[in-house]
Design a protein around this ligand. Structure first.
Ligand SMILES: [Zn+2]
Length: 330
């Protein structure tokens, strides 16, 4: 599954043939090139963080994203160059609990303006029985004494990190990001403030559209491959039945599949949702067995030209349409 995030085979073969010991020549788009343009060099961990940094930072920031478009972020591995380059960033925006490799690298980078989006809103435990840990072997013991991230216990407590799929929580994070950018780059504080307000207004409108659009539906239950929509479900009174857990690559147990079968019948669910970045095999098999439709509900963990929209707002709007259809909105 990791093939897509690697550079093309021919380039690797070429580098090997030339006896190069690193691949740095090939990775011009990697993090932290250094800002000679006077812009704040921002490193974002994955798309939902990138979108906030770009929208709020506007023309004053130059944003690089650790997770390349089209790659599934949860199991991201960083190149040595990305890890090393992190410490050159002026500002890092990440979301602790989504990508263990990023969490570790960010902690080691020790950049002063490091913002953990998870701390800008409140996280909850959405109690799915499956796939809750990200396969993260506890390896963080030796860097737990820096004191800056004083919530070691929380991280493994099964908190759901998918806050960006709830426009209200995402707006809270946007506010926090705006404030932290004002602090990091006071010269442009007024612009950050203005951009934050504009984004929050858009997110509020999105929230209203969801609230109205999902008020009257024939069922409240939707089935998804990976349990990314817990906050969204809670916000709009829906029930998410995730086939796999928080990690989209986790294999569901046969017992969970059986459970989904009965849930689907009882709840009159019509659709099994899959997503653009992870395998759709389980969803398609399940839908076929249950005689249900399939649809795309995009967890927005990355964005590509295959996404149902050009940015966060657009994809969230198509998610709303997909949900309305599947739930039988009136
Ligand atoms: Zn996820």
């Amino acid at each position: 599954m990791n093939v897509r995030r690697l550079i093309p085979t021919a380039a690797v073969a070429g580098a090997v043939a030339l006896g190069l010991t690193t691949l740095s020549a090939c990775s011009s788009s990697d993090a932290a090139e250094g800002g000679s343009d006077g812009k704040l060099d921002v490193v974002a961990s994955f798309y939902p963080m990138q979108f906030l940094a770009e929208e709020i930072g506007g023309s004053h920031v130059s944003v690089t994203t650790l997770t390349k478009p089209g790659t599934e972020p949860h199991d991201l591995e960083l190149s040595p160059r990305q890890t090393g380059g992190l410490s050159d960033a002026d500002y890092i925006l990440f979301l602790k609990g989504v990508q263990p490799a990023v969490d570790d690298a960010v902690e080691q980078a020790g950049v002063k303006n490091t913002v953990d989006a998870a701390k800008l809103t409140t996280l909850e435990n959405h109690g799915s029985e499956v796939g809750h840990d990200h396969g993260h072997e506890e390896e963080g013991e030796e860097h737990g004494h820096e004191g800056e991230h004083g919530h070691e216990g929380e991280e493994e407590a099964g908190l759901d990190p998918h806050i960006w799929l709830d426009p209200v929580k995402y707006a809270e994070v946007a506010e926090g990001v705006g404030k932290s950018l004002e602090k990091a780059d006071p010269d442009h504080a007024a612009d950050y403030r203005k951009n934050t307000d504009a984004l929050v207004t858009e997110l509020n409108a999105l929230d209203k559209a969801y609230e109205t659009g999902l008020k009257n539906t024939s069922t409240k239950t939707f089935i998804t491959t990976h349990s990314a929509f817990g906050y969204l479900a809670e916000r709009y009174g829906l029930t998410q039945e995730g086939i796999a857990g928080i990690d989209p690559e986790a294999e569901p147990s046969p017992a969970r599949i059986d459970e989904i079968h009965s849930v689907a019948e009882e709840s009159k669910a019509t659709t099994v949702f899959f997503e653009t970045l992870a395998s759709d095999k389980t969803a398609k098999t399940l839908a076929k067995d249950l005689g249900l439709k399939t649809g795309v509900l995009d967890p927005l963990e990355g964005i590509t030209d295959k996404s149902a929209g050009a940015d966060y707002i657009e994809v969230m709007k198509s998610n709303l349409i997909a949900l309305q259809k599947a739930l039988g909105a009136k």
